[in-house]
Ligand binder design. Structure first.
Ligand code: PGA
Length: 249
């Protein structure tokens, strides 16, 4: 049985004060909830406040990106050692917004993933097709290509902590959700690729989250699919009541 991961991706929202208020409201709503792992990924500027606010709870704090070097002349970047010393445990890698707006490629996803795994962070690696690719019947090919390149030269042993998120780009922030069946099909493709790359045992344990307009009213149907091992939630994670309702689907 794979324990589900319910992860919030705040994107570029919230100040430290808003972060404090959020945890004040959110933590009582999920107190004692240990069926699923809960992760909140705020912007870097809220990380210290989030960690302080979540202390003593079971909520883990992640970030939305990490550079592949430990340090150096890389203006504007943040490294794994910097995050680890704050108490960050998770990192989203290769989100479609990074791919779409900030030049993220399959190769840089691979570099970031290797660094995250080597440094002991738990990566949530995002893959997913755009609408044109789905309409052209290319979804499976795209998912396989993204997995092959992202996981290149990473052993199953090294990849132990890996989490994958299937995020169809056409469903992100659009209110359009993949049907549970359609999401489960895509997850099965990703899992079969993971069998090829890492082997049967590893793939059987790999948690694959669904992301793309997950809301309190569709979370249960999505999470009931055996192939779906949790959610990566954007818009609906910004309100503590709404994210708590999703966590407790
Ligand atoms: P959304 O975003 O829930 O707002 O669609 C999901 C994501 O981008 O991770």
């Amino acid at each position: 049985m794979r324990k589900k991961v319910m992860a919030a991706n705040w994107k570029m929202y919230k100040t430290p004060d808003e972060t404090r208020d959020y945890f004040r409201d959110f933590l009582p709503l999920v107190a004692g909830h240990d069926r699923d792992e809960i992760v909140v990924c705020p912007p870097y500027t809220d990380v210290a406040t989030a960690i302080e606010s979540a202390r003593g709870s079971s909520v883990a704090i992640g970030v939305q990106n990490v550079h592949w070097k430990a340090d150096g002349a890389y203006t504007g970047e943040i490294s794994a050692p910097m995050l680890l010393c704050l108490g960050v445990t998770h990192v989203i890698i290769g989100h479609s917004e990074r791919r779409q707006y900030f030049g993220e490629t399959d190769d840089t996803v691979n570099l970031r993933l290797k660094t995250a795994l080597e440094s002991g962070l738990t990566p949530i690696c995002c893959v997913g097709e755009v609408l044109q690719e789905r309409e052209a019947g290319l979804t499976d090919d795209v998912l396989r290509r993204q997995c092959v390149r992202a996981f290149h030269a990473i052993s199953a042993k090294k990849a132990a902590k890996l989490i994958v998120a299937y995020e169809p780009v056409w469903a992100i922030g659009t209110g359009k959700t993949a049907t549970p069946e359609l999401a489960a099909e895509a997850h099965a493709v990703i899992r079969s690729e993971a069998v090829e790359i890492f082997g049967e045992d590893f793939a059987g344990q790999l948690r694959i989250l669904y992301g793309g307009s997950v809301k309190p009213d569709n979370a249960k149907a999505l999470m009931s699919q055996e192939e779906i091992d949790g959610a990566l939630v954007g818009g609906a994670s910004l309100d503590p009541k709404s994210f708590a309702a999703i966590v407790k689907y």
